[in-house]
Design a protein around this ligand. Structure first.
Ligand SMILES: Cc1ncc(COP(=O)(O)O)c(C=O)c1O
Length: 449
């Protein structure tokens, strides 16, 4: 009985899959402040040409440079695992598989894109990158990429996570990055937020503003984003491509593919290669799981909004809670983003992708059951995917259907033990769906759509 399906290094994908090629309609373009589509030139202030090309490419397959593959091979292909002990604990007829992205050096899927992003900047002659991080996973991944590609990295880390996860900060510093708690008084955007609320816990939107502002003002510096954008989702498709091969070896095809959704990149990574099948007529459900305290897909509006808090980025058509929405300080720091990947948003809007919102306590309950059955302590973000999978598995128990479920374990929770400690002590709480805060921040949506 094989539970872990491993691929040799030689099976690392050679190309990324670009879902844009199979969308039902062309993706709405990013818009500038004048309400017109932004020119590619405008993007070149903060991104290198290679990534801008990928952002707008309609090619179905894009080759992964060998220099990138060489670094990815340090931990890829990642294992696909049949979660038999979890199945038994749930007493479900469902078959549960997970793709284990926690085995990367940073502990999550994020290096799948930090390495190529650093690479395309490097070959464009850029030697310094600025970025934001929520949970710290993305900051660590970019710090790691900075080490491998010999680049300087500065990270604006959301203040609430900076306090919750001191060892994430140390890991970034170990890999040579500078880290600051955002909002800082080093940028105009940070000072503006601090003037209104000196105790601001920060948000991904605010930290993005700080990093983008720095990249705009410094010639030697570009900006790198850990999620949301098309090229980030593209880089993550190695997850689903490998999973498809491994599922075939297991003699299985998923009825349901599940991932947690912050900005959408790990879910895109596992789901888009299956979306290619769905677009060709195959039946497969794709479900994104988000926190009920930051429910962009299930409670947001599908419209144009800024990607950051202060309006420095172009506007993207996406599900959004409003760019100045500051979510409650839940422990899944990587899921505290006001918006969502435009590609995922479009597919949700077109009815090709489903979304569920899950309260914090249910996610930790799922995380604990997973740790006690499958041994890996999942990241608080990943517990959303586990909780959504458990809901599906319980439904299978009720109906008796032996469905095949596949989810992405986007990361481990070794740096999140303070959150588990609080959960075990009974100190964690569910946050009410912040209806009024969302209604208020939706009022500041740009008037364009
Ligand atoms: C472990 C983990 N999973 C998921 C996410 C959410 O990001 P995305 O939706 O882009 O995968 C993060 C973000 O920091 C993360 O650290």
């Amino acid at each position: 009985m094989t539970n872990r399906i491993l691929l040799p290094e030689s099976d690392l994908p050679t190309h990324w899959y670009n879902a844009i090629a199979d969308l039902p309609s062309p993706p709405p373009p990013p818009m500038g402040p004048d309400g017109k589509p932004v020119s590619l030139d405008a993007l070149s202030a903060i991104f290198p040409p290679g990534l801008i090309e990928q952002e707008v490419s309609g090619e179905r397959w894009i080759e992964i440079p060998e220099d990138v593959r060489e670094v990815l091979r340090m931990w890829r292909p990642t294992p696909l695992v049949r979660a038999r002990r979890l199945e038994q604990a749930l007493d479900t007829p469902a078959k549960i598989f997970f793709k284990n992205e926690s085995v990367s050096p940073a502990g999550s899927h994020k290096p799948n894109t930090s390495i190529p992003q650093a690479y395309y900047n490097k070959i464009a002659g850029i030697n310094r990158l600025a970025t934001e991080t929520g949970a710290g996973q993305w900051g660590c991944s970019l710090a790691l990429a900075g080490q491998f590609l010999d680049m300087e990295v500065r990270v604006y880390m959301v203040k609430v996570s900076y306090g919750q996860k001191p060892y994430r900060r140390s890991l970034m510093q170990t890999w040579g990055a500078e880290v600051y708690a955002s909002p800082t008084d080093m940028t105009e955007s940070g000072r503006k937020v601090l003037a209104q609320d000196p105790d601001s816990p920060g948000s991904l939107g605010i930290a993005i503003s700080e990093a983008v502002e720095e990249a705009i003002h410094r010639q030697d510096t570009n900006y790198a984003l850990g999620s949301v954008l098309n090229h980030v989702c593209l880089h993550q498709t190695v997850i689903g491509e490998e999973a498809k091969k491994q599922m075939a070896i297991a003699g299985a095809y998923p009825d349901v593919v599940i991932g947690c959704c912050g900005g959408g990149s790990n879910f895109a990574g596992i789901a888009f290669p299956y979306y290619a099948d769905k677009a060709a007529g195959k039946e497969v459900r794709l479900i994104g799981a988000e926190p009920s305290s930051c429910p962009s897909l299930t409670q947001g509006v599908y419209t144009y909004d800024y990607g950051d808090a202060t309006g420095l980025t172009p506007m993207m058509k996406m599900y959004t809670l409003g760019h100045d929405f500051v979510p409650p300080g839940i422990h899944a720091g990587g899921l505290r983003y006001h918006g969502q990947s435009p590609l995922i948003s479009q597919l949700v809007h077109e009815g090709m992708i489903e979304a569920v919102a899950i309260p914090q306590l249910e996610t930790f309950e799922a995380g604990l059951l997973f740790a006690r059955t499958e041994a890996i302590v999942p990241a608080p973000e990943s517990t959303h995917a586990i909780a959504a999978t458990i809901r599906e598995a319980r439904r299978c128990k009720e109906t008796g259907e032996p469905k095949t479920l596949l989810f992405c374990l986007s990361g481990h929770g070794h740096f999140d033990m303070a959150a588990y400690e609080r959960y075990l002590a009974g100190d964690l709480e569910d946050f009410e769906y912040p209806k009024e805060a969302i209604a208020q921040s939706l009022q500041s949506l740009p008037k364009i759509a």
